[in-house]
Design a protein. Sequence first.
Length: 303
Amino acid sequence: MTTTEVSRRRGELEVRGEFDLAAAARFLTGFAPAGQPEAEPGALRVAFPLEGDGTPVGGVLRQRSPGTVTVEVHGPPGQTEAVVAQVRRMCSLDVDGTAFPEAGARDPVVSLLQAIHPGLRPVLFASPYEAACWAVLSHRIWMTQAVRLRRRLTERHGAEIDVGGIRLRTFPAPAELAKVEYLPGLTGPKLPRLRGIAAAAAEGVLDAAALRAMPAEEALKQLQGLPGIGRFSAELILIRGAGHPDVFPRGETRLHEIMRDAYHLPDAEPAALAEIAQAWAPFRSWVSFLFRVEGEARMRESR
């Protein structure tokens, strides 16, 4: 683990459409892979390796008005714009959400979800690289086990930075991950696969803008060429890493179960569910995210 000194500057994010930063912060606090504490109600603190060169950076987001989010940037001088751009994508603020309510107007189930979770947009991994690493770490093990592995990897090989008075650790940058030869609890092919992901990131294969610019199926095919990445993981990387707003996850069985229950279609096949999701375009990823959030909330209530 390394400790990095950073400077502080400010940037702003324009909000197009409804957005509630407090809802995003609550989601991230409860999202186990993120592992970030809620140090300031309504604010969102993040730390991550900057996409491209892996510089450890951080930010504190605060929403002063419905249309503006300020970003207190913590990182080397000259990186402010890059940090703000990455944070913008992480909060799905790089997408104009003005027309998102129209998806609810076409589908009453979606309208109810939007009413239950007003202003909640997908909260993403810091990059496709981090999403891909999570896909490898979490493959065929319990979530709690995967979280421990990620935390161990972050503590041993990530960087620690001060983010608005709170010291946070970033996930290891690709250059650091590529050098890892052993991690307690990480067995089988996962470590070689992680190093392969790190190499792909260094070569630009996991560039978010490039993945978003491709037709979705082409991007998914490219991602499935990475070590240990199948259809389910490729969708995770494209949707929750690159932030593609309009992909229906055909490989996510948990989402399909939630949809079958919501639409009272217990025997619906994925193709039929994908047909229902056509009405959500161009926000199929966003609506799928709301279904998962609501499904997880109901699961917790039933325990």
